[in-house]
Design a protein around this ligand. Structure first.
Ligand code: LMR
Length: 398
C-alpha cells in the first residue's frame, strides 16, 4: 500500500522575504525596524490607501451595477489606460496584445509561459542578482533559467561590460529579463545608453526582452521610469512587459497586473492575444477586476491622475531623501565612503553588502530586519530611525 497522496509532499521553506515579514510581525521588541518586504511606508510607518485610489473606488462603488464576468483578457479600457502610461500615446497599438493578470507576478509567470508556448526550449536569462521569486517561478515551471552579469558590488553600480558580453551570447528565441526601473534588489539601474545597447543587441541576436516593471514612479518619476522600455519598443521587433499596480498605485492586495506583448507584426496580434487569453483561462479563468478598474479610473480622469501623480512624487521624494540622509549618517558613523552609493541608487532597494551571518546578527541583536542577501527597503525607514540604523550598520558591517 503506497503512502497517502498528501503524505508524499516535501516540507517547504517559506519565501525568504515573506518569512521575514512573519518574523517581524511576531517580534515583541519595541525598537524593531522592518527593512524587509518591499512596501512603501509613510514617515509614520504606515502603508496608506492613496487618496486618488480612495476617490476612484468611491466612484466605482456608486456606479457599478453588476459583478458579471468581463472577459478572459480583462477590461480593454484597463489595457489601454495602463499601456498608455507605460508605452505612451504613440505606441504601435495594432501590434500590442494585452492581458490583465493577478498582480505583476501573475504577468511575469504568464510571460514566461507565453514564451514557452512559442519556444518549448526557451531559457530565461536573469540579471545577477534578481528578485528571488523570478528563479523560483522558472524552477516551479521547469523553465531553464540562466543569469547574466549585472551588478558590480565594488561600485554599487552596473557591471556594464559583463552584462553586454553575456547578453551578446543569448540565443534567438530566449528571454532576457530586465527590471524596468528601481532594480530589485540592487537599486542599480540602466541608463538610456544601456537600454539602447541592449535593444541593439537583442535586435541582432533575436533574443526577446521581457521587462518586469514593478516600481514605476519610484525611480525618477513616471515618465523617466519608462524611458528605457520605450527605447526598446522603438528598436526591437518583439518584447514582453509585465506591469504591476501594487506599488505604483498602492494596490498591493488588490492584485493589479498587466502583461503586454509587442508583436513583430500587426497580423500576429490576434494570435498572440488568443494565446494570452488561454493563459488566464487555464490558470483561474478570469482575472481580478476591481483594482484594474480603480487604476483605469485614476488614469483616465485628469484630476484624479494629477492627484495620483503628486502622491507618487511625494513617495519617490521621501525615499530619495531617506537615501541621502542614510548615506550621510553612514559616512559620519564609519568615516568612510563605503555607503555613498546609497545616495545615487534608485527606488526602494539597495544591497548593503552584509553576509548572511551579519544579517542574522542585525536581526537577533538589534531587531533590524534585512533580507538575507543584505537587501534593505529604504521606504521602510523613517527619519527618526536613521541615527539608530546607521549606528548599528556601522558597528556590525565595518
Ligand atoms: C519585494 O521584493 O519585497 C516585493 O516585491 C514583495 C514580494 O512579493 O516579494
Amino acid at each position: 500500500m503506497t503512502a497517502p497522496l498528501l503524505e508524499r509532499l516535501e516540507p517547504q521553506e517559506a519565501d525568504k522575504i515573506l518569512r521575514l515579514m512573519a518574523q517581524f510581525a511576531n517580534d515583541p521588541r519595541p525598537n524593531k525596524v522592518d527593512l524587509g518586504v518591499g512596501v512603501y511606508r509613510t514617515p509614520e510607518g504606515t502603508t496608506p490607501v492613496m487618496q486618488a485610489v480612495t476617490e476612484a473606488e468611491a466612484r466605482l462603488l456608486a456606479r457599478q451595477t453588476t459583478k458579471g464576468y468581463v472577459a478572459l483578457e480583462g477590461d480593454p479600457a484597463f489595457h489601454a489606460a495602463l499601456a498608455e502610461l507605460v508605452l505612451g500615446q504613440h505606441r504601435p497599438q495594432d501590434r500590442i496584445a494585452a492581458l490583465a493578470t493577478p498582480g505583476g507576478t501573475g504577468a511575469v509567470r504568464h510571460g514566461f509561459e507565453l514564451a514557452r508556448r512559442a519556444n518549448p526550449d526557451v531559457t530565461v536569462w536573469m540579471p545577477d542578482p534578481t528578485w528571488p521569486n523570478h528563479p523560483a517561478i522558472t524552477a516551479a515551471m521547469a523553465v531553464p533559467a540562466r543569469t547574466y552579469r549585472y551588478y558590480d558590488a565594488s561600485t554599487g553600480g552596473l557591471d556594464r561590460e559583463g552584462m553586454l558580453a553575456d547578453l551578446s551570447a543569448v540565443p534567438p528565441g530566449d528571454i532576457v529579463l530586465l527590471h524596468g526601473c528601481c532594480h530589485n534588489p540592487t537599486g542599480a539601474d540602466l541608463s538610456a545608453q544601456d537600454w539602447a545597447e541592449i535593444a541593439a543587441l537583442c535586435s541582432k541576436t533575436g533574443a526577446v526582452p521581457m521587462i518586469d516593471l514593478a516600481y514605476l514612479g519610484f525611480g525618477e518619476g513616471p515618465q523617466a521610469d519608462v524611458a528605457g522600455i520605450r527605447i526598446l519598443m522603438d528598436a526591437v521587433p518583439e518584447m514582453l512587459v509585465a506591469v504591476s499596480g501594487s506599488k505604483s498605485f498602492g494596490l498591493y492586495r488588490e492584485r493589479v497586473g498587466l502583461l503586454l506583448a509587442l508583436c513583430p507584426s500587426a497580423g500576429l496580434r490576434d494570435v498572440v492575444a488568443a494565446n494570452m487569453s488561454w493563459l488566464n483561462r487555464l490558470a483561474y479563468a478570469f482575472p481580478p477586476d476591481h483594482g484594474a478598474r480603480i487604476v483605469t479610473e485614476v488614469l483616465t480622469d485628469p484630476a484624479l491622475r494629477q492627484i495620483w501623480a503628486d502622491e507618487l512624487d511625494t513617495m519617490r521624494l521621501r525615499i530619495d531623501a531617506i537615501r541621502q540622509e542614510l548615506a550621510v549618517a553612514l559616512h559620519q558613523q564609519t568615516g568612510t565612503h563605503r555607503f555613498d552609493f546609497l545616495a545615487s541608487q534608485k527606488g526602494m532597494f539597495s544591497l548593503i553588502g552584509a553576509t548572511p551571518e551579519q544579517v542574522t546578527r542585525l536581526r537577533d541583536a538589534h531587531a533590524l530586519y534585512v533580507v538575507g542577501d543584505g537587501r534593505i527597503n529604504l521606504a521602510g525607514l523613517t527619519q527618526s530611525h536613521i541615527p539608530q540604523v546607521a549606528k548599528v550598520l556601522a558597528a556590525e558591517l565595518v
